[in-house]
Design a protein around this ligand. Sequence first.
Ligand code: HEM
Length: 344
Amino acid sequence: MPTSQLMTMLVFLIILVHIALVSSLNLRPGYYSETCPEAEFIVRDVMKRALMREPRSVASVMRFQFHDCFVNGCDGSMLLDDTPTMLGEKLSLSNINSLRSYEVVDEIKEALEKACPGVVSCADIIIMASRDAVALTGGPDWEVRLGRLDSLTASQEDADNIMPSPRANATTLIDLFHRFNLSIKDLVALSGSHSIGEGRCFSIMFRLYNQSGTGKPDPAINPIFREELYKRCPLDVDQNTTVELDSTPRLFDNQYFKDLVAGRGFLNSDETLFTFPLTKKFVKLYSKGQDEFFRDFVEGMLKMGDLQSGQPGEIRRNCRVVNSVADHLVVGPQHRMESNHKSI
Ligand code: HEM
């Protein structure tokens, strides 16, 4: 690449980083204390009801923070439905048939729009709801920084290029997190989010039957656990069948790390954190100390929540569509149902 082109790229990068830093400085706790004092109570209340209705749904919503923030910052872009002119993120490789419980965010948004119309962004809803998912399942509770705007667009291509595969190894994951200024410690602590929720057989078929083209399972899987997985995910299984990500999937605790130490991690991207030396020490630390895990997890969530694109934004009225499009649609439950069909 010619030097001038390299320089232009570098300047562009510096500007981007600068914007990202400047805008994250605008985020602060209590952002809605004047404009929508009930906001955080409303979000927690809807999350509580979601937990009672369907326990897994809160884990599914918590995952949104990762999938939103890594793709062009925490801007609610992953909530946008496709339009005739925009391929959004819902159908991207990592999200299709996988991200779920969008309707919980819709419910939160509707409640917030009733209480204080046009004030609370969908991007902030994701951040509050993720925190609540953790707190409501036995994990730490913390104060979140708020004041994000919702994006005016979304990119399937960016999501495809950025979001990691369940087959990823530790080196790839370390590099990816590093690009977002997240350390090895952040990577391991944030992976502890797999303490709640489930994954599809689809995500582990290669690992069970043909790891790295060997025609054999991943040797890091504990043999007893491997037999269990063969039963849960036989070769002819409907690959949308799900399995718990750790042995206490409704509880946010450090069992995930204990499972990794025992060779009982579900995804390749989980177990690799124990087999790779640079990540192993954190897995061991968290497997013995839940407090250390909780402390580093919160720090990681705050850092990840600060990722911003610096692009212009708005407060969407409906998290699934940008306002300019919503203005031309009959917005309301009818549109929501149509969107549901398209995206789940
Ligand atoms: C380190 C890289 C990561 C990879 C490769 C990864 C990959 C995955 C995969 C493949 C699944 C199961 C999806 C399926 O089979 O349909 C999953 C589930 C999940 N992920 Fe991750 N993930 C990572 C990091 C994170 C982070 C940082 C968070 C949140 C902070 C997160 C939260 C979750 C949750 C809560 C679930 C369960 C969702 C449910 O039950 O619906 N993950 N992840």
